[in-house]
Design a protein around this ligand. Structure first.
Ligand SMILES: [Zn+2]
Length: 246
């Protein structure tokens, strides 16, 4: 990993979790929340790291105690829309509902200033909706999608793009670790609770199912240790401040 040009040598790492039904749009069951999430929370506690959990409103209304547990453990709660349907299919009214209603549910537990759209797809026309509902940082863009151009005329919401897709963390270490070291600060990684449930026999995309379950948990622990050994400082999205000139 490399520190950002012109900044101090510190590498900022933002660990994040997209909290949603299992592997949408393929499964829509809840084993990730019920079986994967407790293991994930324990892992973060054992490794003494905090993460930003982007929670869908649907998940929060079904599992309020899980949200409470995240807040009690010091993690940040962010908004991941309500239904986990893609924002490109929404009109303005539906998009506003997905953001504002979910924020109203989540703000019963903690302040919410961070947002990530499902499938990392947010039409730029919806950025003002985020700002109007108190979102300061959007993490819906992906550095690895080359056609994903930001709208620089909407400066009220700062952008913190994702650095790598979640399945990369489950690759063998001899492939994964060089990729991790190649990423530039700020490094934004994400996982899903359903990756920590064994989905290897489910009829879903191979990148969604390979090495899911306990291997994925071991992989994430290794990733945290590799990053820590490389001098990473783990941060919450709510504390991100965009560098001038970005
Ligand atoms: Zn998602």
């Amino acid at each position: 990993m490399e520190a950002r040009e012109g900044s101090s040598k510190e590498i900022e790492v933002y660990l994040s979790v997209d909290v949603e039904p299992d592997c949408p749009p393929y499964l829509w069951t809840w084993r990730g929340i019920e079986e994967g999430m407790p293991k994930l929370i324990d892992l973060f506690t054992e490794e003494k790291v905090l993460a930003t959990f982007f929670v869908t409103g649907d998940t929060a209304s079904r599992y309020p105690q899980m949200v409470e547990c995240l807040v009690e453990n010091g993690h940040e709660i962010g908004c991941h829309g309500f239904s986990h349907h893609p924002f490109r299919t929404f009109d303005e009214e539906r998009a506003m509902f997905e953001v504002a209603y979910t924020n109203s549910l989540l703000r019963k537990f903690a302040p919410v200033t961070s947002f990530r759209a499902p499938y990392l797809q947010l039409p730029e026309r919806f950025l003002p909706l985020l700002a109007a509902d108190g979102i300061r940082t959007d993490s819906s863009r992906a550095k690895y999608k080359f056609c994903d151009k930001p709208n620089t005329s909407a400066p009220t919401v700062q952008r913190l793009p994702v650095s790598a897709t979640s399945s990369i963390l489950r690759l063998p270490s001899f492939v994964r670790d060089p990729l991790l070291r190649w990423l530039r600060s700020p490094v934004v990684l994400f996982v899903h609770p359903w990756e920590f449930v064994d989905l290897t026999r489910h009829p879903i995309r191979v990148d969604c199912r390979f090495r899911t379950g306990d291997p994925a948990l071991r992989d994430l622990r290794d990733v945290i240790r590799v990053l820590r050994d490389a001098g990473a400082a783990f941060r919450l999205v709510q504390d991100f401040r965009e560098a001038k000139g970005n």
